[in-house]
Design a protein around this ligand. Structure first.
Ligand code: T4K
Length: 404
C-alpha cells in the first residue's frame, strides 16, 4: 500500500494528514449500546445511583468468577484502589516499585506518605527486574509493588520468593492485566492483592473505575469498609475510610463490556498480528510479544525503535505519526524517576539504565475496536516509508528548522 510518494507529501512537511480523523491508543471499547441503555433505564427505575447498588454487586460477583478469585472489590478508579491497597496492607517507610510505569503507581505511594524506591526493569519483559529488587531492600522496606506492564505478568514466582525470604509484603498493580493469566491462573490471584484499572482507555472499561482482587477475606473486608468512609453500618464508623465507590452507571458499563470481552480481545489480537505482519521484519523495530500459551488481552501494541538501526529516532517517528493524526504514545516516557515529584528519589547513577533505554524507545500504537485493518496497514506503511526515507527526512527537517 503506497501512501505517500515523496517526503514533501508528509504532513510534517506541510502535506495533508493521512487520516482525517485522529487514531488513538486508548479509544474506548463501547460494547452493546442498546444493552447498556437498557441497564441505564433500570438504574432510573431503581432510583439507586451509587453506594453498593445492584449493578455494582452483580459486576463484582461476575468479575470474581471471571478471575476465579474469592473477593473482588470495585472502586471508582485504579489509583484509589492502589492507595487503598497501600493503606489496607499497613505499608510504611519504603516500597520497591518499577519506574517504568504510569505515574499513578508511585503517586499511590507518595500520596500515602510512603517513599517509592525505584527498581530497574528487565529489558526483555519491561517488568520489574527481580534480580535487582533484593539489593534495594532496607530495614524500612515494607513491600514490593510489581506492575504487570502491558498485561504481561511479572516474574511472580521470584518476587514471591523474595517477599517470603525478606518478610516483606507483595502486591501488584494489574491496571493493564485484566483477563491475563500466569501459569494458567488469572492475574488477580497473586500477592496479597492485585489492583485493576477500568479507565475508559482500558480495553475493558467502566468509564472510570477499577477494582481490588484478593483471596484474603479479612483484607477484603477492610477494603470494603475503607471505600465507603469506614462505615460498618448506619452511624457506625470503625476505621479511616475514603469515598472510592463505583457508581451504578459505571457498573452498567462494566456488565455490558464483560458480555463483549471475548470480542474485544479477539479484535486486539487481530490488530496485534496485523501490525506484526507488516513491521516485524524491519531491522530496528522490536515488538513486545505475548506468551500465547497464557491468556492475554493484547490491549497494547508496543514497539521498541532502535534508532541506531532504523536511522530515524523514536521521537521523530512520533512527530511524523502525530502530524498524520496517528496519536501513537510514548508510554511510559520519561521514567517516573525523571518526573519532578520524584527527582529527589533517584540519583541518576545508572541504576535505572534499562528503564531509561526502554523509555526512550517505546511507541504504543493505536489499536482496539476504533481502528480498522486498513487503517493499521496505512499506519505501518507510513512507518516503513519514514524509515526508508530517513536520511532525506532528517535533512529536510534540519534545514527547515523543524528538528529539535
Ligand atoms: N497503573 C498503571 C500501570 C496504569 O497504566 C494506570 C492508568 C493506573 C495505574 C491508574 O489507573 P486509573 O486511576 O487511571 O484507573 C491514560 C489513562 O488515563 C490511564 O488510566 C492509563 N493508566 C494511562 C496509561 O493512560 P493519559 O493521560 O495518557 O490519557 P489521555 O487522556 O491522553 O488519553 C489517551 C488517549 O485515549 C488519547 O489519544 C485520547 C483517547 N481517549 C481518551 C479518553 C479518556 C478517547 O479517545 N476517549 C476517551 O474517553 O492516561
Amino acid at each position: 500500500m503506497e501512501i505517500k510518494k515523496n517526503i514533501d507529501e508528509l504532513a510534517i512537511m506541510g502535506g495533508p494528514s493521512l487520516f482525517p480523523n485522529k487514531l488513538h491508543v486508548g479509544r474506548p471499547n463501547i460494547g452493546d449500546i442498546k444493552t447498556f441503555h437498557g441497564r441505564v433505564d433500570k438504574i432510573f427505575e431503581n432510583v439507586w445511583l451509587t453506594n453498593n447498588g445492584p449493578f455494582v454487586r452483580e459486576l463484582e460477583d461476575k468479575i470474581a468468577k471471571f478471575l476465579g478469585v474469592k473477593n473482588f472489590i470495585s472502586v471508582s478508579n485504579g489509583t484509589l484502589g492502589l492507595e487503598m491497597a497501600a493503606r489496607g496492607l499497613n505499608l510504611t517507610g519504603e516500597v520497591i516499585v518499577p519506574s517504568f510505569t504510569f505515574v499513578a503507581t508511585p503517586h499511590s505511594l507518595k500520596w500515602m506518605g510512603i517513599k517509592p524506591v525505584f527498581c530497574d526493569i528487565d529489558p526483555n519483559t519491561h517488568n520489574i527486574d527481580p534480580q535487582k529488587v533484593e539489593s534495594l531492600i532496607t530495614p524500612d522496606t515494607s513491600a514490593i509493588l510489581g506492575v504487570h506492564v502491558w498485561g504481561r505478568p511479572c516474574d511472580i514466582e521470584m518476587l514471591e520468593r523474595i517477599s517470603l525470604e525478606n518478610n516483606i509484603k507483595l502486591y501488584f498493580d494489574a491496571a493493564h492485566a485484566f483477563g491475563c493469566s500466569y501459569k494458567d491462573r488469572m492475574l488477580g490471584n497473586y500477592g496479597l492483592a492485585e489492583v485493576f484499572s477500568f479507565h475508559a482507555t482500558k480495553f475493558f472499561n467502566t468509564f472510570e473505575g477499577g477494582g481490588i482482587a484478593t483471596n484474603d477475606d479479612n483484607l477484603a473486608e477492610r477494603f470494603r469498609l475503607m471505600r465507603n468512609f469506614g462505615f460498618a453500618g448506619y452511624d457506625n464508623v470503625i476505621g479511616i475510610g475514603i469515598n472510592a465507590k463505583m457508581t451504578e452507571v459505571c457498573a452498567a458499563m462494566g456488565l455490558t463490556g464483560l458480555e463483549g470481552i471475548d470480542g474485544f480481545i479477539s479484535v486486539n489480537y487481530q490488530n496485534y498480528k496485523s501490525y506484526m505482519n507488516e513491521l516485524q521484519s524491519i531491522d530496528g523495530i522490536k515488538f513486545v510479544e505475548y506468551n500465547e500459551a497464557e491468556k492475554n488481552n493484547y490491549q497494547y501494541v508496543v514497539i521498541e525503535v532502535d534508532a541506531s538501526k532504523t536511522g530515524i529516532s523514536r521521537d521523530d517517528l512520533i512527530k511524523i505519526l502525530h502530524a498524520e493524526n496517528v496519536l501513537a504514545r510514548r508510554y511510559f516516557y520519561p521514567g517516573c524517576h525523571q518526573m519532578s515529584p520524584y527527582e529527589d528519589v533517584c540519583k541518576f547513577d545508572n541504576s535505572l539504565l534499562q528503564t531509561e533505554i526502554i523509555a526512550n524507545r517505546v511507541i504504543s500504537l493505536p489499536t482496539g475496536t476504533g481502528i480498522t485493518r486498513d487503517e493499521i496497514k496505512k499506519v505501518c506503511s507510513l512507518i516503513k516509508f519514514s524509515i526508508e526515507n530517513e536520511v532525506a527526512i532528517r535533512t529536510k527537517l534540519r534545514t527547515s528548522g523543524n528538528q529539535n
